[in-house]
Ligand binder design. Structure first.
Ligand code: FE
Length: 211
């Protein structure tokens, strides 16, 4: 679309640094857009700030707490994650098609992106560094139980572990089991128990604090 694109491609091919290909491409793209006056640098900062500060696991926690509190919502969430998540006002980039997988006493779900770092931004914000790391991406598929143990999550031997490989098209969110002792909690109080890792599947929700 722009004649200068090829110049930049030539410079962008070799990179001695340890930054990932995606990071380098992102930086190159940002520099190009700013240079051409297509976007201002502070506009990009605002997008990043939005995903760091405004969008985060608190959104996913609201989805989970609603599912725990409202059986009809839970059914809609499992049947069509994208639509049910949109009911709470979340959706869009990096989460256009959402599939929610439910943990049960028999089954524990974990999400990964084996190819790169696909992650459900609208409900979890930006992915943690370990999610993007090659060891996590490779090992959680090959030996999920060992990887979960490293997250201090020891699952019963009888629990089946299902690993879901995210793609550009489909992003997953784990619906964790509601912790014991949370029967009397409000939806807000329930949301406070839901950790980011419990929605990735590398953790479980915190039990309510003993009063
Ligand atoms: Fe990816």
């Amino acid at each position: 679309m722009h004649e200068h694109e090829h110049d930049h491609d030539e410079h962008g091919h070799h990179h001695p640094r340890s930054a990932s290909e995606a990071e380098l491409r992102t930086r190159a793209l940002e520099a190009l857009l700013v240079e051409k006056g297509i976007v201002a640098s502070d506009a990009i900062d605002a997008v990043i700030d939005h995903y760091v500060n405004d969008v985060g696991p608190q959104n996913g926690a609201r989805v989970v707490a609603r599912a725990w509190s409202d059986p009809a919502y839970r059914e809609r969430l499992l049947a069509d994650g994208t639509a049910a998540i949109a009911e709470l006002g979340y959706g869009g980039e990096e989460g256009q098609t959402m599939v929610v997988v439910e943990n049960t006493p028999d089954t524990h779900n974990v999400i990964v992106c084996t190819l790169c770092s696909c992650y459900p931004w609208p409900v979890l914000g930006l992915p943690p560094t370990w999610y993007k790391s090659p060891p996590y991406r490779a090992r959680v598929v090959a030996e999920p139980r060992s990887v979960l143990r490293e997250f201090d999550l020891e699952l019963p031997a009888a629990t089946e572990i299902r690993v879901w490989d995210s793609t550009a098209e489909v992003r997953y969110l784990v619906l964790p089991q509601r912790p014991a002792g949370s029967d009397d909690l409000s939806e807000d109080e329930l949301a406070a128990l839901v950790t980011r890792d419990s929605m990735i599947g590398t953790g479980v929700p915190r039990a309510p604090a003993a009063v």
